[in-house]
Ligand binder design. Structure first.
Ligand SMILES: Nc1nc2c(ncn2[C@@H]2O[C@H](COP(=O)(O)OP(=O)(O)OP(=O)(O)O)[C@@H](O)[C@H]2O)c(=O)[nH]1
Ligand SMILES: [Mg+2]
Length: 307
């Protein structure tokens, strides 16, 4: 940047800018440079340039601030299907994570034990679902960034009155919401019935659970999987029995076709397929021959013959 016609104050700020070690220091220098930059026609372009740099640097500082606390710091990568447990302190988030996945988080009878995001993988009908615990709502470690990008939010509550506050804290999240009313092992059948009917009347998608005794975990796992709105397609090898499909299904979006499965498993070589047969929900009869455009449904079984 040409600084020959600049004031001594400007030159000093510019020199400090180049010596600055942190982005925060650089930002201060830029502010000083903007202040000291002459405000006449010939330096208009230069001033605009300084202001753009100022905005960019500020954004950079803010984004590193946001991510350094959460996911980036703990090195967690978002998987294809991710659900985040959101709830107040001591509601049983870590216990639930431990019992749904293979992770062993720290569990304590006092609140605010979990201070950074923890992940676990839940295996459900051949799929891998990433479940995350984040620090409690209302704690200084609560991480909105992770909540906002999650596919599904699991509101873990032990009192109905916790719902409005959690809703407020998750306003900008786009993921589907499921309410998990926890610790039902401590409630009477009558209390459970009352709470269920209240949640039902408010049209919430919910499950009554105990993270400790694993009550209603089947329903919980199914709801979590369904929330991602994906379909599972199983593959069968020609000549092999229909009950001996590969155990890991291909995960696809609803509305996917035979071609989409072929592309995913043959890595872009769907034209190699010479014949396709299907079994299951989208077939008219077992072993029906279909074309690449055939629309699939969840739990279909597909057999490819390739050239
Ligand atoms: N009775 C009962 N107690 C539970 C259940 N789940 C968790 N707890 C107890 O509740 C306490 C808190 O459990 P955590 O799993 O650590 O709760 P958390 O939400 O992770 O807590 P923070 O990370 O501190 O916010 C512990 O004493 C657990 O044993 C449950 O389903 N039933
Ligand atoms: Mg915890």
């Amino acid at each position: 940047m040409a600084s020959t016609n600049q004031s001594p104050q400007y030159k000093k700020a510019e020199a400090q800018f180049f010596l600055a070690k942190t982005n925060e220091e650089k930002l201060k220098c830029l502010e000083e440079m903007i202040k000291e930059c002459p405000k006449h026609k010939s330096s208009e372009k230069m001033l605009a340039n300084l202001k753009t740099r100022h905005i960019k640097l500020k954004e950079k500082i803010e984004s590193t601030r946001k991510t350094s606390k959460g996911a980036k710091k703990s090195g967690i990568k978002k998987e294809e299907m991710q659900a985040v447990i959101v709830g107040f302190a001591n509601t049983g988030k870590s216990t639930l994570l431990a019992n749904l996945t293979n992770t062993k988080p720290e569990i304590a009878h006092y609140g605010f034990t979990t201070k950074q995001p923890i992940q676990g993988i839940m295996h459900y009908v051949g799929t891998n679902i990433q479940i995350m615990e984040i620090p409690a709502v209302g704690s200084e470690y609560y991480d909105k960034g992770l909540v906002n990008s999650a596919d599904t939010l699991l509101f873990l509550i032990t009192e109905l009155s916790q719902i409005p506050e959690i809703e407020k804290q998750t306003e900008r999240a786009y993921g589907k919401r499921i309410i998990l009313f926890n610790k039902i092992d401590t409630l009477s059948a009558n209390e459970i019935r009352k709470i269920s009917s209240t949640l039902q009347s408010k049209k919430y998608d919910f499950v009554m659970i105990s993270g400790e005794t694993k009550e209603n975990f089947d329903e919980l796992q199914e709801k979590i999987f369904k929330s991602f709105d994906k379909i599972r397609i199983y593959l069968k090898e020609p000549g092999k029995d229909i009950n001996k499909t590969r155990d890991k299904p291909v995960i696809l979006e609803p509305g996917s076709t035979v071609r989409d499965v072929a592309e995913k498993i043959l890595k872009g070589f769907s034209e190699k397929v010479s014949e396709t047969k299907i079994w299951g929900p989208s077939s008219k009869f077992a072993g029906q021959k279909v074309g690449l455009k055939h629309l699939l449904k969840d739990l279909d079984v597909v057999e490819f013959k390739t050239r």
